[in-house]
Design a protein around this ligand. Structure first.
Ligand SMILES: [Zn+2]
Length: 320
C-alpha cells in the first residue's frame, strides 16, 4: 500500500500552515491507496475563531459507524492544515466517477480535505479557501495531475452528499489551475463595506438579514425605472481579460432580473441575474476585457422590470 509521506513537506513548501497530528505516517485504514486526485469536503460542524476545528477528533478517531481516520487533513477555521494520515482514509466512499476520476473506490483514488465548517448557514472562510487552493495545487503538482483532478464530494458521491457547500467547483478548479501555472492570478474582491470602493445612493438600504451575505451586511433597493446604480471600484492592473463574479444572498422575494453592469474596454455590458436563487456563493457573469486603471468597473442597477429588491453585496475580478 502506498502512502503520501511527502504530504507535510509539500504543504509547507506551498506556504500552507501545518499542524502534524500525532503518528500521521502510520495512522490509516487497511486497503489500497493510490491517489490520483484531491477531494474537498465540509465537516458539517460549526467552527469559529475560538473553536477552529470542532471536527478534528472525529476525523482522527472516526465514529461508531465509520472508523477513522476520516481524511488525510482537516482544514481549520484559520486555514491551518491538521495532517492526520499519510495513507488510506474513510472519506470518499464509492466514487460514481467525475471528470477524470473514474468510478470505483474513492478512498483509493483520492486524498481528502475535510474543511471544518457547517455548510448549512456557514460558508468556508477565505483562509480555508485560500489554503485549500494552495494545498490542492501543490498536491496535484506532486502527483503529476492537472487541476481537473480536484473534485468535490458532491460530484463523486453516489449517496447524495452535498459537500462542500457554498463553493463553485469550476471556479475552485480554475483557481487551482491558476495557482499551478504560475502562481496566483490577480484577483480582487470589493464588498459593499470595502472602504472607498463602493458607492450607492441614499435609496439603498443596509441589511444583514440573510445568512448568505458576504461579510457583515449587504445593500438592497426597490427596482425603479432609473439606474441609480451601486458601483464597485477596482484598481485593474493591466488591460486584459477578467472573470467577473458576483456574490449576493438569494431570497424568493428578491429580484429575478437584477441588472449588473460591467464597464468594459468597449463600453458598458449588462448581465441580468436572478437573485431569487443561487445565493451565498460566487456566480460568474462572464469574462470581459477591462482597461487598466482605478475606476468604477461593476455596478448593480435598480432599473429592473421585475419586482423585488435588487441586491448589491460583493464583486470579484480575476485575471484570466
Ligand atoms: Zn464529504
Amino acid at each position: 500500500m502506498a502512502t503520501v509521506g511527502w504530504l507535510v513537506d509539500v504543504l509547507r513548501g506551498a506556504g500552507v500552515q501545518v499542524v502534524v497530528e500525532g503518528d500521521w505516517l502510520n495512522r490509516m485504514r487497511p486497503g489500497s491507496f493510490d491517489p490520483i486526485g484531491v477531494l474537498w469536503h465540509h465537516t458539517a460542524a460549526t467552527s469559529s475563531a475560538s473553536n477552529p476545528h470542532p471536527a478534528l477528533n472525529i476525523c482522527i478517531n472516526g465514529r461508531s459507524d465509520l472508523p477513522g481516520p476520516l481524511c488525510q487533513a482537516l482544514v481549520d477555521y484559520h486555514g491551518v492544515f491538521h495532517v492526520i494520515s499519510a495513507g488510506r482514509c474513510n472519506h470518499a466512499g464509492v466514487s460514481g466517477g467525475s471528470g477524470p476520476i473514474p468510478a470505483g473506490d474513492g478512498n483509493t483514488l483520492m486524498i481528502g480535505w475535510e474543511i471544518d465548517y457547517n455548510g448549512v448557514d456557514q460558508q468556508m472562510t477565505a483562509a480555508q479557501y485560500n489554503a485549500s487552493i494552495a494545498a490542492t495545487a501543490a498536491v496535484l503538482t506532486r502527483l503529476g495531475r492537472d487541476a481537473s483532478h480536484a473534485r468535490g464530494h458532491r460530484e463523486t458521491s453516489t449517496t447524495g452528499k452535498i459537500d462542500p457547500s457554498f463553493i463553485d467547483l469550476n471556479t475552485m478548479r480554475s483557481d487551482v489551475a491558476a495557482r499551478m501555472t504560475g502562481g496566483t492570478a490577480w484577483s480582487a474582491t470589493v464588498d459593499n463595506s470595502t472602504a472607498g470602493r463602493f458607492t450607492a445612493g441614499t435609496s439603498w438600504g443596509v441589511s444583514s438579514y440573510s445568512g448568505q451575505r458576504y461579510g457583515a451586511d449587504y445593500r438592497y433597493a426597490d427596482p425603479v425605472a432609473a439606474s441609480d446604480a451601486a458601483w464597485y471600484r477596482f484598481n485593474v492592473p493591466a488591460s486584459a481579460n477578467y472573470r467577473v463574479e458576483v456574490w449576493y444572498p438569494a431570497n424568493a422575494g428578491y429580484n429575478s432580473a437584477t441588472p449588473y453592469i460591467v464597464a468594459t474596454s468597449s463600453g458598458n455590458r449588462t448581465v441580468y441575474v436572478d437573485q431569487r436563487t443561487g445565493g451565498g456563493q460566487w456566480r460568474g457573469l462572464g469574462t470581459f476585457a477591462l482597461p487598466a486603471g482605478d475606476a468604477n468597473r461593476v455596478a448593480v442597477s435598480r432599473w429592473s422590470s421585475a419586482s423585488g429588491y435588487v441586491i448589491a453585496d460583493a464583486v470579484r475580478l480575476t485575471r484570466v
